[in-house]
Ligand binder design. Sequence first.
Ligand code: ADP
Length: 446
Amino acid sequence: MAFVRDNPQLLYTIFLMVAVPVAFFVSGYQFLRSSQNIQTKVEQTYVASVHDALVDTVREKFNDPSAVQDLINQVSKRNEDIIRMVVLTNEGDRAHIIASSRTSEQGAYVPIGTTDDPTKPGYELAVTVSRGSGTYAFEMADANGRFWRSVQAVRDGNDAVIGFLLTDISMKQLDAISQRNIYTADLWALFLVLAIMILLLRHARIVDYTVLYRKLAEVDKLKDDFISMAAHELRTPLSIIRGYASMLVESKSLAEGDHHQAELIDRSAVQLNALVEDLLNVMRIEQGRMDFTFVSLDLASAAQEVADMFSISAREKGLALTYEKNGAVMAVLDADRIRQVLINIVGNAVKYTPAGAVTIKVFSDDTKKRAVVRVSDTGIGISAEEQKNLFGKFYRVKSDETKQIRGTGLGLWITKQLVLNMKGTISVESIKGKGTDIEVSFPLVG
Ligand code: ADP
């Protein structure tokens, strides 16, 4: 019960599972009823028009019973729906059958109360009909199926009643057709209801997924909280370690061997600090807490600043770091975030290039109205397969060349998010073993 309360969608599904088939059958039933009413009207009109036509012909031949009989024979032969046709006159309390499709009663005198079934209107009705002028039609049924019995007075030129025409027109064929249609419609309805049921059952499974999703979201939040808390807690002791480590590195009183160890501590502390900062940045971006202060700035100067920043480490590695620009390239960006983006990209280029050059080009693409920075290197390159995951969180290419290079696999994910937040795009072109080009572009200002 508590499960149902926590998952109101389940009630909704159950409601639909009952309501949909009921609505389906109610509407189907109503449709059937209204079409049956229409069918009755159509049948009445049909029967009346057939009867009107017959009565006219009977009138013409009325004085010649054998001609009337011929007519009846012909009509019965040609139209198998007309299962009975009788022409009679009323003599006192008897009906005189002048002609009939039933041979046995041809020429007979029968009491007007006589019918094949006393509950059905027959000859007596024919006699009472003389008062009206239209066709009187009654829907009936016997062992052979449904039929319409119609009676109409035959009148002479002076409008005097001279006799009656009684016909039974069978609806057997029509009923067979509509029965077939109803059967097919029922099958379709059943099929549709089944299909809807299957759909709803599948819908019910979504409830499971919702529960699962909620649990996952909870676990995800726990994970985020934990990382966030751990990263924050690590920051203070880390900055103390870094402070003392750099003090030791610069200390003149340390022995040569100790100096090297102090440097190792310092380097590891720097790396750990980078990891902590990356983790905090991931959290900020994911929780939408990363602030951006947009200003119109020169992308070229921002890139120059970063190029200068890496000039020493590039030189130490023996790499030629060049920076090219064509004047100022203005874009609306956050100064700190664009620096972070460029540091990540240029930093990677230097990091993953064992020998050769790193080139930073800043230019404006005037046709596309973009401010572009392209960082090219002659490094280890990234295969097409690896490029697919390049911007994924924690993704690092695992190869012999990258084994010795430290990193978190978060840099490019953060970079991409920052670029997207600044309405920019980032793309990569690379050939394994030859080098990599990473390009970021932003809407150009001015
Ligand atoms: P990391 O901290 O590992 O450098 P990044 O997200 O910055 O993480 O980069 C993800 C991976 O992409 C790297 O581990 C590296 O394999 C690959 N990569 C990034 N930039 C380059 C580059 N310029 N040349 C070759 N590989 C690169």
